[in-house]
Design a binder for this molecule. Structure first.
Ligand code: HEM
Ligand code: HEM
Length: 151
C-alpha cells in the first residue's frame, strides 16, 4: 500500500481499509483490556501473586505485547491526523480526531508508525518462537483433523 504510486486506483481505498481496520483493532483491544482487568481483579483480590522472577518475566513480556498493540494503531492515528484532520473512517463514519492537524509532525508520525510496526512484528515473531511447542501442537491437531475428514 505505502509503495503504490498515486495513479493506482485502489491506493486510496486500501489506505481507508487499513486505517478503518486499525480503528477496529483499537476497539477490540480496549474491550480485551477491560476483560483482563476484571480477571486480574477477581484473581488477585483473593490472593496476591507470588512475585517470582518467572511471574515478572511473563508480566513484562505480555505488557510489552499490549503496549505495542496500542502504540502501533495510535501512532497511525497520530500520523493520519497530523497529515489531515477528519481523515479516518470506520463503517462510513468519520472518526473524531485524537490529534490536531500539524504539517510539522507528519514526518515524525510516519517514522513512529513505521518503526513501531516493524519492532512490534519482531516482538510477535519472538513471542511465537517462544511458544513454538504450542504452534507444533496446533499444527499436529490440524493435520490429524484433516486426515480424519479425508479418510
Ligand atoms: C501462532 C501465533 C501465536 C501463538 C501460538 C501464541 C501463543 C500464546 C500462548 C500459549 C500464550 C499464553 C502464554 C502464557 O500464559 O505464558 C500467549 C499469550 C499472549 N499472546 Fe500470543 N500467540 C500467538 C500470537 C500472538 C500475537 C500475534 C499477539 C499480538 C498481537 C499475541 C499476544 C499475546 C499476549 C498479549 C499474550 C498475553 C496473555 C493474554 O493477554 O491473553 N500472541 N500467546
Ligand atoms: C494494528 C494496527 C496497525 C498496524 C499493524 C499498522 C501497520 C502498518 C504498516 C506495517 C505500514 C507500512 C509501513 C511501510 O512499510 O512503509 C503502515 C502504513 C500506514 N499506516 Fe498503519 N498500521 C495500523 C494502524 C493504522 C491506523 C489506525 C492508521 C490511521 C488511522 C494507520 C495509518 C497508516 C498510514 C497512513 C500508512 C501509510 C504510510 C506511508 O504512506 O508512508 N495505520 N501501517
Amino acid at each position: 500500500m505505502a509503495d503504490l504510486s498515486r495513479e493506482v486506483p485502489i491506493r486510496s481505498g486500501l489506505y481507508d481499509f487499513h486505517k478503518g481496520l486499525g480503528v477496529f483493532v483499537i476497539g477490540l483491544l480496549l474491550w480485551r483490556i477491560l476483560v483482563l482487568l476484571r480477571v486480574w481483579w477477581k484473581k488477585y483480590s483473593r490472593r496476591t501473586p507470588r512475585f517470582s522472577t518467572a511471574w515478572w518475566r511473563k508480566v513484562t513480556l505480555h505488557s510489552l505485547l499490549y503496549l505495542f498493540m496500542l502504540a502501533v494503531p495510535l501512532s497511525g492515528l497520530f500520523f493520519s491526523n497530523s497529515f489531515k484532520s477528519s481523515n479516518v473512517f470506520f463503517l462510513g463514519m468519520t472518526v473524531p480526531d485524537l490529534f490536531s492537524e500539524n504539517e510539522a509532525r507528519v514526518d515524525l508520525g510516519r517514522s513512529l508508525h513505521f518503526w513501531l510496526s516493524y519492532l512490534f512484528l519482531t516482538v510477535v515473531v519472538l513471542h511465537v518462537f517462544q511458544q513454538r511447542k504450542v504452534v507444533r501442537a496446533i499444527w499436529r491437531r490440524w493435520t490429524e483433523f484433516l486426515t480424519h475428514i479425508r479418510a
